[in-house]
Write a protein that binds this ligand. Structure first.
Ligand code: ABU
Length: 497
């Protein structure tokens, strides 16, 4: 009960320094107990959903002129935990992130305790070298020769994709940096209709225009149709436009499809196009010799987005852009601000990496991931990835022939699995005219019940005109086979009519 005050400490009776120390320690205790340990117990709820109106009446959001006592602040800490979603809970299988990794958490807390900004070596010496090491190792795993190239940590995969567009444009049209958009022909880039929305969003943000993102057809599994890609490239040439980039996806957001990278790379080579691979979600599969074939050809990419906060479960957020081309990020984005990036510093200023970014102040997202990697070793990350693929395969096996479940595609490639749950009342209604319409209403109704009971969280969506279907996502390797059974039975309980 967040309102239980029996544990409150009377900080006011302590001298000031001790007061803050005691407050911090008490907060850490509460966070560990209620958010970390209780928040990840299977028997506890994933969420205690309250409507915005209910939450406003339960939680004191109001900001006042006067200070708040530590007792009141401790209540705020506990209420924040009570009314927040426990994304580290084993049954939070709603998004492309989850888990609560203890080493990741320590890395996150340590980062926040030091409060760095990673733009210059003088301000962030340790974080700068950690970034260098992690990015090089990730490039090596991608398959870039000797791990050579460049890279950055970005605030999310969307931004990493945006950086890729910017680098590709700079490679072919460097004058745009100073002369602006009017110096350019009509640039066209290609991505699949199942690709992440950030490609369109960032193309629009960067002045290319979302109409100039040509969406390529996908097959029933969600993979890019390479024949359609070729004909769309030819169409753009006939139109007199300047095609410059293909953004392929390794692990699409909904269906988890992997585009055929080698065939796409062949076309990029033929037409001299930049190949970007958005492996924000599926990149983690590269860790495993068993699963990295899904991304075969990624080593031919010019740039890769890979988010360790997704399949590798680093805490939010931890996103990278990896490039084959050394120096391009700084050429494309650098402005050489003299007050920060002085060239006459006493150390080698190549370690002042901030000018590669479009941000100035930048959170250090590297430590939490580096610390996890150090703690578990590469082998630990491999085991994690293989376990979540095994869990996904087990879940598929459980629902494949089970009454009431229907997979959207019979053989999903990644660890996100899309399916319909069909309640008993609909099971014999497939031939009826309004079947699709009725099925479309099932997932939202079940989701409402799921959220109100708080026993698990799984998202749903409609795509390509299909009735709403569920997408369950496995990336927490603490889950086991009995959890898969539990989740299946929970669908049956919530969907019973
Ligand atoms: N790239 C963000 C993915 C969000 C999600 O579907 O979980």
């Amino acid at each position: 009960d967040p309102k239980d005050e029996s544990n409150e400490v009377h900080f006011e009776s302590l001298p000031r320094k001790d007061l803050h120390e005691a407050f911090l320690k008490k907060c850490v205790d509460v966070i560990l107990k209620e958010a970390v340990f209780e928040g990840t117990k299977r028997q506890n709820k994933v969420t205690s959903f309250k409507s915005p109106e209910e939450l406003r009446s339960l939680f004191n959001f109001e900001l006042k002129d006067g200070a708040s006592s530590h007792d009141k602040l401790l209540r705020v800490v506990r209420d924040t935990i009570a009314y927040s979603v426990k994304t580290g809970h084993p049954y939070f299988v709603n998004q492309l992130f989850s888990s609560l990794d203890p080493y990741g958490l320590v890395g996150q807390w340590l980062t926040d305790a030091l409060n760095p900004s990673v733009y210059t070596f003088e301000v962030s010496p340790v974080f700068t070298l950690m970034e260098e090491e992690v990015l090089k190792e990730m490039r090596r795993i991608v398959g870039f020769q000797g791990g050579e190239g460049d890279g950055i940590f970005c605030p999310g995969g969307s931004m990493a994709n945006g950086y890729a567009i910017s680098c590709a444009r700079h490679k072919f049209f460097p004058d745009a940096k100073t002369k602006g958009l009017h110096s350019l022909p009509r640039l066209v880039l290609f991505t699949s209709e199942d690709a992440h929305y950030s490609i369109k969003k960032l193309a629009s943000f960067e002045g290319l225009g979302s109409d100039n993102v040509y969406l390529i057809k996908t097959d029933s599994r969600g993979k890019m149709d390479v024949k359609d890609l070729e004909s769309q490239i030819e169409r753009s040439l006939k139109e007199g436009a300047a095609p410059f980039m293909v953004s392929a996806t390794s692990g699409t957001t909904v269906l988890g499809a992997f585009d055929p990278l080698n065939e796409i790379a062949d076309l990029c080579q033929k037409h001299k196009l930049w190949l970007h691979v958005d492996a924000a979600w599926g990149g983690g599969a590269l860790m495993s010799q068993k699963h990295r074939h899904l991304l075969s050809g990624i080593e031919r990419a010019d740039s890769v987005t890979w988010n360790p906060h997704k399949l590798l479960t680093a805490p939010q957020q931890c996103s990278t852009l990896l490039l084959k081309h050394k120096g391009l990020l700084a050429q494309a984005h650098g402005t050489g601000a003299g007050y920060l990036f002085q060239k006459d510093k006493f150390y080698d200023t190549k370690y002042d990496t901030g000018d590669k970014h479009i941000q100035c102040g930048r959170r250090a997202d590297v430590l939490k991931f580096w610390f996890m990697w150090k703690a578990k070793g590469t082998n630990g990350l491999v085991q994690h990835v293989e376990k979540v693929f095994e869990n996904a395969a087990h879940f598929i096996q459980l629902i494949r022939d089970r009454e009431g479940f229907e997979l959207v595609h019979p053989t999903p490639e990644c660890t996100n699995i899309c399916f319909w749950y069909i309640p008993k009342s609909l099971r014999n209604a497939k031939s009826e005219k309004d079947y699709g319409e009725r099925l479309h209403k099932i997932a939202p109704a079940m989701k409402e019940k799921m959220m109100k009971e708080g026993t698990m969280m799984v998202t749903y969506q409609s795509q390509k005109g299909l009735p709403n279907f569920f997408r369950i996502v496995f990336q927490n390797s603490a889950l086991n086979k009995s959890d898969m059974v539990h989740l299946v039975e929970e669908f049956e309980r919530l969907g019973s009519d």
